[in-house]
Design a protein around this ligand. Structure first.
Ligand SMILES: Nc1ncnc2c1ncn2[C@@H]1O[C@H](COP(=O)(O)OP(=O)(O)OP(=O)(O)O)[C@@H](O)[C@H]1O
Ligand SMILES: [Mg+2]
Length: 424
């Protein structure tokens, strides 16, 4: 990907896409009849084209977002230099000095076969970074195999990692290759390495030392060439001190260490991340990017994000799904809403720009309150509401939509003892 100077690449890719569309059109034009298999084939081609369009639009969004805000020049230059060098960002967005530094380390590490340890709090993008390292190395078109070290039962660990021979244990009905063999020539991503039991750590250390494995129950030694990237949200050095992680393994795995910063330590990036993620959500949900009320923006820039970018991403996707046009505090998940300071939660009063505007605002507010009150009296049933206030149902629906009121959500909020909620 070379977004900033990507005109040429984009033209080529769009041209290739157009050519594919033309081939598809001509196939359809000359086909007398199509059987199911042929239809399926054409559908597959359409799916490929759709994915390509999504990829192109993603690249364009990235360029737009990454060039929109004037930021620290030297950081912008460093990121631009990464783009110039064809660095694959693979969805990593942001330009805090610490993130750019992490990407620069990843870029250098990617060109080698050295093990990399990615650490950082949950949701800071460790898995994404592991993919970036793979995508930027010369193994990019080779397998990328993920192992969640915390999710494998201890008795299956060895067989999962190294495979087994038929009959090695009850249930081993066939010979089976493990994850290391599957990753041969490519990368093995050992996620949550801090969860690997000590016995697994010993076995892993042996592979790191010899580049060889043995399937469970087999004497045969198999050479494997898998580049190791490990990730953890634990402090492995502390674990070494506590005796729960082997120090020799730690030093082997962490020849290159990439530490990802917590979102609360890169607050000045939150606004560009919100813009980037809102665009992403908009294209996924097939809608216009959601707007944020001032008090929601203010809250989101000061919130601590214990779940880091994953949490911010989830919030943006949620509000993009729930809000009609402008999202507000009520669209936040309940556990996050509980953290909104009382001061921020005060109703937002947009200053009127003229007398006419002031009258319109007052009338809108009165209309909204009236609707909410009548909706509650109608037990949150739109049909009853329409009858009670003498309007036809579709007009009432339009009015509710205009004010962002959802009968269903309001009923739920009422049952939960909260305030009325907006349309879903
Ligand atoms: N810099 C970033 N730019 C854009 N999206 C990001 C970035 N970092 C993380 N994300 C998004 O945040 C989510 C969490 O990322 P990821 O799974 O890589 O985190 P993690 O550190 O592995 O979390 P965990 O420790 O919980 O496994 C993903 O949806 C990912 O796409
Ligand atoms: Mg992860």
């Amino acid at each position: 990907m070379k977004p900033v100077d990507s005109n040429l690449e984009a033209t080529i890719s769009y041209a290739a896409l157009l050519e594919k569309i033309e081939i598809l059109r001509s196939t359809l034009r000359w086909a007398q009849t199509l059987d199911r298999a042929q239809i399926q084939k054409l559908l597959n081609q359409c799916t490929t084209m759709r994915d390509e369009v999504l990829r192109l639009s993603h690249t364009e969004r990235f360029v737009k977002a990454s060039t929109s805000a004037p930021r620290n020049q030297s950081i912008a230059q460093r990121r631009h230099a990464l783009l110039e060098r064809d660095f694959q960002f693979d969805g990593v967005f942001g330009d805090s000095p610490r993130l750019i530094e992490a990407l620069e380390i990843a870029e250098k590490a990617a060109r080698t076969d050295l093990p990399v340890l990615v650490d950082g709090e949950s949701g800071t993008g460790k898995e994404l970074m592991a993919k970036v390292i793979h995508a930027n190395g010369n193994r990019a078109d080779q397998p990328y195999i993920t192992v969640n070290c915390g999710a494998i039962p201890e008795n299956l660990l060895e067989s999962e990692l190294f495979g087994h021979k038929r009959g090695a244990f009850t249930g081993a009905n066939t010979d089976r290759a493990g994850k290391f063999e599957a990753a041969n020539g490519g990368t093995i991503f050992l996620d949550e390495i801090g969860e690997l039991p000590l016995i697994g750590q010993v076995k892993l250390l042996r592979v790191l030392q010899s580049n060889e494995i043995q399937r469970v129950g087999s004497d045969q030694v198999i050479s494997v060439d898998a580049r190791i990237v490990a990730a953890t949200n634990k402090n492995l050095l502390e674990m070494c001190k506590a005796g729960t992680f082997r120090e020799d393994l730690y030093y082997r795995l962490s020849i290159i260490q990439v530490t990802l910063p917590a979102l609360r330590d890169r607050r000045d990036e939150i606004s560009v991340l919100i813009e980037y993620l809102s665009n992403e959500a908009a294209s996924r949900l097939n809608r216009q990017p959601v707007k944020l009320s001032r008090r929601l923006t203010s809250f989101l820039s000061s919130y601590d994000y214990p779940g880091n970018i994953r949490e911010l991403r989830n919030i943006i996707f949620r509000i993009s799904c729930l809000a009609t046009e402008t999202a507000d505090l009520e669209h936040l998940p309940e556990n996050v809403r509980a953290k909104v300071p009382e001061q921020t939660a005060q109703p937002e009063v947009e200053p009127a720009t003229s007398l006419v505007d002031a009258k319109r605002k007052a009338s809108d507010e009165a209309e909204r309150s009236y609707l909410l009150e009548c909706l509650a009296k109608a037990n949150y049933r739109v049909t009853d509401l329409a009858r009670n206030i003498g309007m036809n149902r579709s007009h009432v629906q339009t009015l509710l939509k205009k004010h962002g009121i959802s009968a269903r959500q309001s009923l739920k909020a009422h049952a939960d003892g909260g305030s009325p909620a907006s349309l879903t």
